[in-house]
Design a binder for this molecule. Sequence first.
Ligand code: FE2
Length: 298
Amino acid sequence: MTITTTRHHALFFGEVEGVDLARPMTDTLFAEIEAAFHEHAILLFRGQRVTDAQHVAFSEWFGPVFTATKYSWKDEKRRLRDDMADISNLDHDGGLLPTDDPRRDHARGNQLWHTDNTFKHVPSRCSVLAAHTIPATGGNTQFADMRAAYDALSEAKKEEIDGLILEHCITYSRERMGFTGFTDAARAELPPVRQVLVRENPATGRKSLYIAAHAGRVIGWPDKEGRALIDELIAFATQPQFVHEHVWRDGDLIVWDNRCTMHRVTPFNEMQDVRDLRRVTVSDEINSVERAGLVAAE
Ligand SMILES: [Fe+2]
């Protein structure tokens, strides 16, 4: 065994030591990392000084990497390469975004509990986020273990939600935060998609809730009841016993399993402090409803 892993939380979130991600990966080492990933759902690597290319190369060991989502209302000029999502308050030239820039409003949607890319037909397996510049205070990331949350549901609730399918759309989470910048063209680019509510990790057989602020409807249910169930489950799954808050340090790199965790950022002084994090998002293999062999009822 090359790596050691220490949990920061009773349920999940392991810190991995003994790995320099700037060095070439090997099959043996990655097998250890992947086993730890399945066990802890989230892995922290500290003191990493990876280039963007090394960051992407490490992420590719987990699966194919998404091209970052492009929104037609956003500035066409990007600060980062096309396969990196820019999790910062910076413009393409590295200066702070103007105070009235719609990208600031859009980014505030990340303060809601979510998991990345559930609003895409083939969602994300995991995200790999590297910290380059951290604000003086705030801007922490809270994570919730959706495996433990599922396990803690009553048998009656498990039975009630078994087989349900949710509709996810980026506009649901942004509209919850009051963001109204989506044009018709932008809405057409990312139409609603369907994902299962309970999913199973094929590698471990462990079930988890699969919910997010991007979820807006339960298929086959009236809108109001569906929304109430989604809100109820998010509230249940983010109780303190399921949550770990990570305070970032420069050089931290975190891989989280988007299939069985949620996360959100805590507020910071975004008009003054730079927060520069860069995310590579790894794709899953298939839409979760298709994987489960379910058919959505209208
Ligand atoms: Fe996110």
